[in-house]
Design a protein around this ligand. Sequence first.
Ligand code: HEM
Length: 148
Amino acid sequence: MADFLAGIYLWIKALHIIAIIAWMAGMMYLPRLFVYHHQAEKGGEAEAMFVKMERRLLKGIMNPSVAIVWVLGLSMLYAAPATLSSGWFHVKLASVVAISAIHGFYAASARKFAAGERPRSEKFWRIVNEAPFILLIAVVFLAVVKPF
Ligand code: HEM
């Protein structure tokens, strides 16, 4: 199995990066929807539309793509386990666990919005929107440059 994965390693890596782009698109867009959701009239048509958009973004794009990012990342680890002893990979793994935790927090918040709550504030979602992107910048430099 490891030999087979090693043979298609670059294809896996390419699919890994494609899934990351889809995941990150959702991670950037969902908090924006929460900002507009906060501005919508309670019980109004706009609120119902935001609930639908948030659910579709999570279920249709973010959840499948985060799963694919992890499965393909772990497959590359299985094919090349030496990566596990690299310093850059330890910091990368901590960063992607943090981004995955933020994903979980967004999913829990979307459920609250769907239940008619308005978790946090508009300002909070405008600020928190940047966190995954800052982590992403660090992860990409670590994964490509492998500085240590
Ligand atoms: C936001 C999340 C992630 C980003 C932005 C990211 C980014 C990247 C990039 C850009 C590469 C290509 C590096 C190169 O070829 O030079 C890569 C490779 C890799 N990623 Fe990820 N990754 C993410 C999540 C994960 C996760 C969750 C794992 C799981 C353990 C993982 C494991 C790996 C492995 C093992 C490689 C191959 C390293 C190599 O052969 O150079 N990645 N990643």
